[in-house]
Design a protein around this ligand. Structure first.
Ligand code: SF4
Ligand code: SF4
Length: 105
């Protein structure tokens, strides 16, 4: 069964995206206020490869915050995302460095 993207924006906020140096649970800086990608034509391969699936329906909710919360909860990442958010660090690399991890290139 195929799934249609509703443009809900959750997958541009919830996941940790190494190619964008984007930490868990923080909006990609390229996400526009209408939940559209502002660099769509030059978005990284990881974004091009992302396909909507049943998770999109499972996390459906009226607000972006609620969708992101459902996405994180689905993967058991709620606490980790809160820690990342509370750290005040907006780069994935800086967060990893704080934990003594050198990000792979
Ligand atoms: S979470 Fe699914 S429906 Fe929402 S923007 Fe991403 S692919 Fe589209
Ligand atoms: S680059 Fe665009 S598609 Fe990729 S996470 Fe950011 S806003 Fe979403």
């Amino acid at each position: 069964m195929s799934h249609a993207c509703t443009g809900c924006g959750a997958c541009c906020v919830a996941p940790d995206i190494a190619a964008l140096d984007k930490p868990l649970g923080l909006a990609c800086p390229h996400l526009g206020p209408d939940h559209r990608c502002t660099v769509y034509e030059r978005r990284p391969q990881v974004c091009r490869d992302y396909q909507p699936d049943e998770l999109c329906e499972r996390i459906a909710a009226p607000t972006l915050d609620a969708r992101v919360a459902r996405y994180l909860a689905h993967f058991g990442l709620t606490d980790e995302a809160a820690t990342a958010r509370d750290s005040g660090l907006t780069s994935r690399a800086a967060l990893l460095a704080r934990h003594g991890v050198t990000p792979p290139r």
